[in-house]
Design a protein around this ligand. Structure first.
Ligand code: CU
Length: 193
């Protein structure tokens, strides 16, 4: 994790990783929990080198507007990077032509499918609160992350539904496990404040 309720970042970069080998699930956002101040810009990028660049990822908010169960503040806009392509042999050409091209809010370079993707968390589209997002390519491997906007806690409207909605099986055991870990991390940070 990076930041916390007492340490809101004004901007930050999240790296998307894919690890060769059998350590864990192999796919993730680093950090998976990021705290930012309202109006902050978050940038998502491939890792600089190694295998990570060879696979495609998306940054897709868990929002009804993205046909996902809602785990972002009520009334917030959906965001979706569309596919951020890899550059190597595992590049998914079908993904580049298919549904994963969907791009909603945020910025990415014109015609540049390898990112970076940038989003500014500014009200009214993106009010303070907890935003869970996922990778459409790797949700089954538990690739899920959170951006927490503002010094929010259980009494703030943006805390729900991401932190309070009853957990229910979603995409895979791995996804559910990582989502629970993310929630626990955020709750511990808030209660330790
Ligand atoms: Cu991915």
């Amino acid at each position: 994790m990076v930041g916390g309720p007492d340490d809101l970042k004004s901007e930050h970069t999240v790296r998307m990783v894919a690890i060769d080998g059998d350590e864990g699930n192999g796919f993730g956002y680093m950090p998976s929990v990021l705290w930012v101040e309202p109006g902050a810009t978050v940038t998502w990028k491939h890792t600089a080198n190694g295998s990570s660049k060879r696979v495609s990822h998306t940054i897709t908010s868990m929002n009804k507007g993205n046909e996902k169960p809602q785990f972002t503040p009520k009334g917030s806009a959906p965001f979706d990077s569309g596919v951020i392509a890899g550059v190597g042999p595992w590049k998914d050409e079908n993904a580049l032509r298919g549904d994963l091209q969907t791009h909603l809010n945020g910025e990415r370079p014109n015609g540049g499918f390898q990112g970076p993707y940038k989003l500014t968390f500014e009200a009214p589209k993106f009010p303070s609160g907890v935003y869970l997002y996922m990778c459409e390519d790797h949700m089954f491997f538990g690739m899920v992350g959170a951006v927490v906007v503002g010094d929010v806690g259980p009494n703030d409207p943006g805390w729900s539904p991401a932190m309070t909605k009853a957990p229910k099986p979603m995409f895979s055991d791995s996804f559910d496990a990582h989502l629970r870990t993310i929630r626990k991390t955020i709750k511990n940070q808030v209660s330790g404040q």
